[in-house]
Design a binder for this molecule. Structure first.
Ligand code: SF4
Length: 336
């Protein structure tokens, strides 16, 4: 393992030059509005660029909530609806909490100091660095999964990169290599190198603009991570209850999906015919979701209501339930 690059300026130059010629154009790269940058960064946590772009999540959010004032005063249901399909809904709630703090404590002006950005809900060290560098072009370092992978290979670093000591080392490289000028372009370039060239699995070393600076001979084995525990298997049995063209839904409970609507759990009610079964994954859980017709007249429980299909279309609903409902109600339901 090496601890420093021999020619950091040449590394920075090669990276930025490559990015100027090859960098992708994304909607969030056309703005330096720190609020818009924060929106894109929270969206892109846990979600791929392709998904955010294909379904225009960023553009639709910015059309609906173009500034912190609009977001601060929006109803929670409207923001959850716009986030539907991205999962991890606390990110949307945190965005609204951040907007409210900016309105209440910063006079509606997005903070400039790194400590103030870092104090916003949902903002960790990476996100604060992204906002400070992408919006303000401030020399703020950042390390995300892509950058960690690039550094692990660049320095032939074989520690488990999710250990506290390795995280400190990665951040210290990020600080040491960061140029004092043009941090926006440099940080974007570093992340994009990890996304498109120094990828997981087999990196495209022959096309790599910083190949001359890279010290590893075992790129495909790096980075190393702590072994993960196996998935937790869960079953989720719910009712597909219909009445006069309406469907029964229940308000979700628990913090993760709070404020959304889903098919109601059986809650001890007898299940009739199974109408659909499918699987989905959420964090470490592998869930088998089964929809049953009710075996007898449904007695409503707390938080349950009948909705028309048009009303359901407009409600925020976790995407596994949305997909299950669409499949179960389609003329030729397919098992998922
Ligand atoms: Fe990654 Fe290969 Fe470039 Fe090294 S040469 S930084 S391993 S893509």
């Amino acid at each position: 393992m090496r601890t420093a690059l021999q020619a950091p300026a040449a590394f920075q130059g090669a990276l930025v030059e490559w990015f100027a010629a090859e960098g992708r154009d994304h909607p969030w790269r056309r703005t330096t509005d720190p609020y818009a940058v924060l929106v894109s960064e929270l969206m892109l946590q846990q979600t791929t660029i392709a998904m955010v772009r294909e379904r225009r999540y960023f553009e639709r959010w910015m059309d609906a909530f173009p500034d912190v004032q609009t977001l601060a005063s929006a109803g929670e249901e409207s923001l959850l609806k716009l986030w539907e399909g991205l999962g991890y809904y606390n990110r949307a709630r945190n965005l609204q909490k951040a907007a409210r703090i900016i309105v209440a404590e910063h006079g509606g002006v997005f903070p400039r100091r790194l400590e103030d950005i870092l104090a916003l809900p949902g903002v960790g060290r990476y996100t604060a660095g992204a906002v400070a560098s992408f919006a303000y072009d401030d020399p703020a370092p950042l390390v995300d999964g892509n950058v960690a992978r690039v550094f692990a290979r660049l320095f032939d670093f074989d520690a488990e990169i999710d250990s506290p000591a390795a995280i400190r080392q990665l951040w210290s490289w990020a600080e040491a290599l960061l140029p004092q000028r043009d941090a926006r372009r440099y940080n974007s370039a570093l992340m994009e190198l990890g996304q498109r060239v120094c990828t997981t699995g087999r990196p495209a070393c022959l096309l790599c603009p910083v190949k001359a600076h890279c010290t590893t001979t075992r790129a495909e084995e790096l980075p190393r991570k702590k072994p993960k525990a196996g998935p937790v298997l869960v079953t989720e049995d719910v009712l597909l209850a219909r009445q006069n063209g309406r469907l029964l839904l229940s308000a979700t409970t628990g913090t993760r999906r709070l404020g959304m609507w889903q098919l109601p759990p059986l809650h001890g009610r007898p299940a009739g015919r199974e109408v659909w079964r499918g699987k989905y994954a959420i964090t470490k859980h592998r869930v088998t979701l089964t929809l049953f017709e009710p075996a007898q007249t449904v007695v409503l429980q707390d938080g349950e209501r009948w909705f028309t299909l048009a009303e359901i279309e407009a409600l925020p609903m976790p995407s596994p339930f949305r997909r299950a409902l669409e499949a179960a109600l389609s003329p030729t339901p397919e098992a998922g």
